[in-house]
Write a protein that binds this ligand. Structure first.
Ligand SMILES: [Zn+2]
Length: 314
């Protein structure tokens, strides 16, 4: 048996054929029609899904389900996509619209949550029943997996792991609060802090690495400077690691998951980031000295995590 995983994005909609053991067997992607209505977009998704199933030559009775990772809040029980940020969905009954085209069951999940589910079951988590996954990118996305399933909260929007305050009265966050984890742990935060430090320390290697052009500073610049022995770069990375660790300790103290997975651009730093991070986390997280410890690992599925996780929705 197979499932179809769909990653509904503002630029592209990706469709994947996923086997029961989490292998992405086939993948196609189409541009998102930005002029279409919510109903129109859903109809396109349904028609394309059936087209791809035929193209992939899989008998329809071999397809267990269609799962859709949505960029916003959804209710899997009713099949309604409640709200999206960059697309026109508002209380759109996705399941009902799909049912006009096919009787294959349709399930919905938040896209970041789907990525977390994919990683937990078949990626860096490898079958972990309790898992938290965070993506350190433009923001901090995430998902909470409990007993192999996404924890959605009673209203569908749980798992906003980036919006936990780590510094009261700190930097203003997009959500309206100050001092959110996202404002310190995202790639955006690293870039912001690197630019500030470069201006403050003209002698730092950072200025040389970006050729004096602040716009060329990225989330890797501070790490590169640190590797070359630069004092400012080292201080930046140390502070970043500590901020990241404090958030992770909070998660462990609340959830005690088997594993916490870290994805997104910054996770490319790999063990260079994770090793010192674990050391700090295990020093302060509850129970880490006496009890089995939460593993802290890199996410491995990249952009495919969302499709694989969506296919595993039920
Ligand atoms: Zn926030």
């Amino acid at each position: 048996m197979y499932s179809i995983g769909i990653d509904l994005g503002g630029t592209n909609v990706a469709f994947g054929l996923v086997s029961e053991d989490g292998k992405l067997v086939r993948k196609e992607s189409v541009a998102t029609d930005r002029n279409a209505t919510a109903e129109g977009l859903t109809e396109i998704m349904a028609k394309k899904t059936l087209e791809f199933i035929d193209e992939w030559k899989v008998p329809r009775k071999e397809i267990r389900s269609i799962g859709i990772g949505c960029p916003g809040a959804c209710d899997n029980e009713s099949g309604i996509l409640i709200l999206t940020v960059n697309l026109p969905f508002r209380y759109t009954n996705i399941r009902e619209i799909f049912a006009r085209f096919t009787d294959i069951p349709v399930y919905l999940g938040n896209d970041a949550n789907c990525a977390a589910l994919g990683e937990a079951l078949f990626g860096g988590g490898k079958g972990a029943q309790t898992c938290l996954a965070i993506t350190l990118g433009t923001g901090v996305g995430g998902g909470i997996i409990i007993d192999g399933k996404i924890y959605t909260g009673f209203n569908g929007v749980a798992g906003e792991l980036g919006h936990m305050v780590v510094r009261k009265g700190g930097i203003k966050c997009g959500c309206g609060r100050r001092g959110c984890f996202e404002a310190y742990a995202s790639a955006t935060a690293v870039i912001r802090e690197t630019k500030i430090a470069a201006k403050k320390h003209p002698e730092s290697l950072i200025n040389e690495l970006c050729g004096g052009d602040m716009d060329k500073i990225n989330a890797k610049t501070a790490f590169d400077a640190m590797r070359a022995g630069d004092k400012t770069g080292t201080a930046l990375v140390k502070r970043y690691r500590k901020d990241l660790a404090e958030g992770i300790i909070n998660y462990i103290n609340i959830f005690q998951p088997e594993v916490i997975l870290i994805g997104g651009g910054i996770s490319k730093e790999g063990e260079g980031l994770l090793k010192p991070l674990r050391k700090y986390v295990y020093k302060f997280s509850y129970g880490a000295k006496m009890l089995p410890r939460t593993r802290i690992e890199k996410a491995v599925l990249g952009n495919d995590a969302g499709i694989i996780g969506a296919a595993m929705l039920s």
